[in-house]
Design a protein. Sequence first.
Length: 163
Amino acid sequence: MDSTPTPRPATIIAVTSEEGRHAAVRKRAADLAGDAGSTVILWARDADGGLLASPLPTQWSGDGEEEQFGDRLAPNELEAAGRAPLARQVSELREAGVDAWGWLPETADATHLAEYAADQGASLVLVSAADDDLIGDLRDAAERGGDRDREATSGPRVEAVPV
């Protein structure tokens, strides 16, 4: 038996949606974070509004709107962005003692997820096993070594969470 301890992730990205189908991912994230004291960021797979709609204010929004949101969103910020279900999910994790946040990606694909995870220093990405297309794309991106603008580094571990 290997006596090397499993590294504890400082930040966990949990891919979720506003509907209930990702409850197992959120539970796994809460269990891991509770044991390790990790931060959990719920990354909303259904936030992608298409070509003409951004889930958050853009440079073309009203004065000051773009600056009011950071790169991690608290429940009140998610509410302000019109994402009450995701705000409730973050609040539930916080009530359970987890340092939890949300994120609304402009484009909800594997490339943007991998970039966001790297930017946040995440060492683990949790994805529902039902999202096999996203899992495959994430693993393909990891094999390519990230994007061309960054040094090739090993990305976060991707865990498929059974439904």
